[in-house]
Write a protein that binds this ligand. Structure first.
Ligand SMILES: *Cc1c(COP(=O)(O)O)cnc(C)c1O
Length: 423
């Protein structure tokens, strides 16, 4: 379900022709659909409504303030992973009691800020971090709520870079360690352990690993209960996969149907941290065909967006559907196998490889679909390229939500020492 579709052969975002947006704003350009963004948030909220979970959107998927504000206005909480994301969350007006904070490497300064702002809780990833939070809270004369991030050791069957719940990954602590922490918790008077947290990876399309992980933790909570240790919250993380190509991920409804019984029985409060599920289909990256280059081996479509704008294909070998702004007849005979590549001086700079696309000509535009999550938020200035503009479409209106960077932005923080200037 998303709001990008052809009408009279023109690719629309909601009610607007993307070709018109390109004429006005140039490329590369991220175009977001407000309805798609909010629709996915509400779909999840609705699927789980029986147990009224707190849905904390994962800021790192797309951290634009307008995206955050749109979701916060609808009642979303936010899942943050840095002091920078805390700053964004507060700028977007998110109530601190709807913010949860995970990361294996929280600094003292980051912890202190979050403690002072009274966020809902920290998702703690190691014993050393827990002791550090306790120490900082002691100094500030505060008590902070924490959830322990458990590494449940399940195989999520996704790309290894986005697998986070195996014992070989750096995230969370194992069950035995959690038990030890809970037994020693009286020695840590400035933290109150109120929850457990799992997040086993991203772009997981199968329900089995989710359920396996949740079941393990629910069983564990049962064991703890017998020892007199009561857990209030279970944060089941994010990771829900979306359809980039032909994947058939479980729907929100199916996920809810499987998971809700665990929560009803245990009385635990549920927290969810979806990022990709909410933002993924809500954005496309629009790019212009600069050149068509035929080599002895391959045909390259060279476009004006590169791995600095969308790194997922280069980093994960990820698939993004690519559509022309103007629909073609799409007869099989007209398809040709091409590589869609950016201008960056790296062979890894591609948006698609060996892809069958309708014939495109120089000066035409292409939409790289499902680029709303881990698109702009992973963008960089590599090759001294300006990070591109982002716009949000709401029905028949469009708003710039981030300006295209300028050349001045590029060198803004750089300083030439006086001796190099002959002074
Ligand atoms: C990245 C992340 C998420 C969001 O993952 P998605 O796959 O985008 O849903 C949720 N929780 C934590 C702790 C994360 O690091």
């Amino acid at each position: 379900m998303h709001e990008f579709r052809y009408s009279k052969k023109d690719l629309l975002c909601e009610k607007l022709r993307i070709a018109d947006l390109v004429a006005r704003f140039q490329t590369p350009l991220y175009v977001y659909s407000y309805q798609t963004l909010i629709g996915h948030f509400l779909k999840l909220k609705d699927a789980f409504r029986q147990i009224n979970p707190l849905v904390c959107y994962s800021v790192k998927a797309n951290s634009n303030l307008a995206i955050l504000k749109a979701l916060v206005n609808k009642g979303a909480g936010l899942d943050i992973v840095s002091g920078g994301e805390l700053f964004r969350a507060l700028q977007a007006g998110c109530p601190p009691e709807r913010i949860v904070y995970a990361s294996v490497g929280k600094t003292d300064a980051e912890i202190e800020k979050a403690v002072r702002r009274k966020i809902l809780f920290f998702n703690v990833e190691s014993v050393a971090e827990l002791e550090n939070i306790n120490r900082i809270c002691g100094r500030l004369n505060r008590v902070s709520r924490v959830a322990l991030r458990i590494n449940p050791d399940v195989e999520p069957k996704t790309h290894k870079y986005i697998t986070t719940g195996k014992l070989t990954s750096k995230f969370g602590v194992d069950f035995k360690c959690v038990q030890q922490i809970l037994l020693l918790r009286n020695a840590l008077p400035h933290v109150r352990i109120v929850g457990l947290h799992i997040h086993i990876g991203s772009q997981i399309t199968d329900s089995v690993p989710f359920i396996a992980a949740i079941r393990k933790v629910i069983d564990f909570i049962g064991v703890l209960k017998k020892k007199g240790i009561v857990i209030e919250y279970l944060n089941i993380g994010g990771g829900m996969g979306i359809t980039y190509n032909r994947e058939t991920p479980q729907t929100a409804q199916e996920y809810a149907r499987r998971v809700i019984p665990f929560f009803k029985k245990s009385g635990l409060k549920m927290i969810l941290e979806p990022g990709r599920f909410i933002a993924g289909q809500a954005g496309v990256l629009v790019t212009k065909v600069l050149y068509v280059k035929q080599t002895p081996r391959k045909k390259f479509i060279i476009v004006d967006a590169g791995m600095n704008d969308l790194i997922r294909p280069s980093l994960y070998g990820a698939y993004h559907q690519i559509l022309p702004l103007r629909a073609t007849e799409n007869r099989k005979a007209d398809l040709e196998k091409v590589d869609v590549v950016g201008p960056i001086c790296e062979s890894g700079d591609f948006l698609a490889q060996e892809r069958r696309l309708p014939k495109v000509k120089e000066g035409e535009y292409l939409a790289v679909m499902s680029a709303g999550a881990y698109g702009f938020s992973m963008a960089s200035n590599y090759n001294s390229r300006l990070r591109c503009q982002e716009v949000m479409v709401v029905h028949d209106r469009v708003f710039t939500i981030r300006q295209r960077e300028s050349l001045r932005d590029l060198t803004r923080h750089e300083i030439i020492p006086p001796f190099l200037l002959g002074k």
